[in-house]
Design a protein around this ligand. Sequence first.
Ligand SMILES: Cc1ncc(COP(=O)(O)O)c(C=O)c1O
Length: 384
Amino acid sequence: MKYSRTIMSLSPSATLQLSAKAKELKKSGRDIVSLTAGQPDFPTPAPIAQAGIKAIMDGKTGYTPSTGIPELKEAVAESYSLRRNIEWNSSNVVVSCGAKHDLANLVRAAVNPGDRVLLPRPYWVSYPEMVKASGGIPVLPEKRLDPCEILKAADLGAVGLLLNYPSNPSGYVPSSDEMSRIADAIADTDMWVISDDIYEDLVYTEGAVPHILDYRPELSSRTAVVSGVSKTFAMTGWRIGYSLANREWSKLSGILQAHSTSNPCSISQWAALAAVEGKADKEKREMYRSFRDRRDMICSKLSDVEGIQFDRPEGAFYVFPRLPAVNDTAGFCSELLDEEGLAVIPGSAFGAEGYIRLSFAASDDDIREGVNRLNRFLRRRYTV
Ligand SMILES: Cc1ncc(COP(=O)(O)O)c(C=O)c1O
């Protein structure tokens, strides 16, 4: 049988593969510490879980409109109109099976075969494959995103770009000055933007994450905002994300969804509504405080590891140290897992060879033990 050449050119998700391998080894009895998780290690807050249970008991278990129940779409439109000071209504919103699904729909709806799309490094692992799945060509600048890279990409014919702050894998958050210059440069081009804001509520610096729409609200006509409940409300398995975009982009995204998955799970949508309406804000704050404390702890432990360099993450739940003289991080991570039973993700998965990603969405004990194992492994490697 012949398969699609486009789909055969895609790489599997390194993050999902490595988490699965670590789980498998643990199950087989090996002493494994995994710092690979891309999800909170907390249960979904009770008020949200109860809203899901109530939806089941109330029989809200049939198909819903394919882009989501009106109640959730209205709540999302209202909440993000306030947050970003942009007027959005339900017709701008698509509720999907996780933020990843929203991103895939939006990319699919905007990219034609041969289109170039700018993906600043380090990028989230799925962006290049989403672009390629639409027949597009990822444009990967060498340096961190700056106005020159944007203008250069536009000159080379790039049609759009993806932004993700706080960043997975680095936790990086741009300064207001930096974001304002990025927004100005984008405004000088015709490029569309997808702003992946899934970690928007996990920020450890003062104030909110500078957002492109804060500086150039007029870009809302060609900027799609993506977020969801997965990370902030410990709801990764419920699979609810949402996007806000201009009506045409949302309509196309919705048509694609109607012909692929139909609506996201009805029960999850009612549970997500409780989250968006603020019914679990107390629990959200508690989880946030734990992540902030763990961020401080992992940074303090890592600062004792000789040879590595890292920036203190300002958001999300990842730290992204640079290793001393390693240019095959996939091999490095595989040896680290074999020899020390520590699972982390290689920077190559994010287009950043020479780095590794450690998640601090893990228990204090696992974080401590994980960094000890990394330290031991590096010492052995560099002292023989
Ligand atoms: C940057 C980024 N965007 C999107 C997603 C997808 O989120 P969801 O689980 O809601 O699909 C993730 C999950 O790891 C992520 O890290």
